[in-house]
Ligand binder design. Structure first.
Ligand SMILES: [Fe+2]
Length: 135
């Protein structure tokens, strides 16, 4: 019986040590490489180690859903070429009130009170944009 208990204890200790080591390594990786993928879809979101800043890589011919930012305002700049933005008073296409092409290196802002928006990369090339979410 004691042997079984000791075996379990060793196994638990081993699992615990692996867990601690894994956690330590993951934190070390985050420190050494602050750029982390946080969402992968038609576009990929990267956290860049600066609070509330997200870098987005837009795949060719990609788009978001109609969305808001959960009570936050968002300022963003496009880093290469153009993206297209549609704005809506509500979360459906019939509520469209603005549709425009956005140029690079210009700060665009969508406030929570502006409603919803949807971003498009209509082109057949990769685009990047930097987004800052704040209250
Ligand atoms: Fe957005």
């Amino acid at each position: 019986m004691d042997q079984v208990y000791q075996k379990d204890l060793k196994f638990d200790t081993l699992i615990y040590l692996i867990y601690i080591n894994l956690n330590f390594n993951m934190n070390l990786i985050k420190c050494l490489n602050p750029i982390q993928k946080v969402f992968v879809g038609p576009y990929t979101k990267y956290s860049i180690g600066i609070s509330n800043f997200i870098l987005i890589k837009w795949s060719p011919k990609s788009m978001t859903k109609i969305h808001n930012h959960d009570g936050k305002d968002c300022s963003f700049i496009i880093l290469n070429d153009t993206l297209h933005e549609c704005r809506y008073t509500d979360k459906y296409m019939g509520a469209l009130y603005s549709s425009k092409t956005l140029n690079p290196y210009i700060i665009n802002t969508i406030r929570d009170k502006d409603g919803y928006h949807q971003m498009f990369n209509f082109d057949n090339k990769i685009k990047y944009s930097l987004h800052w979410y704040y209250d």
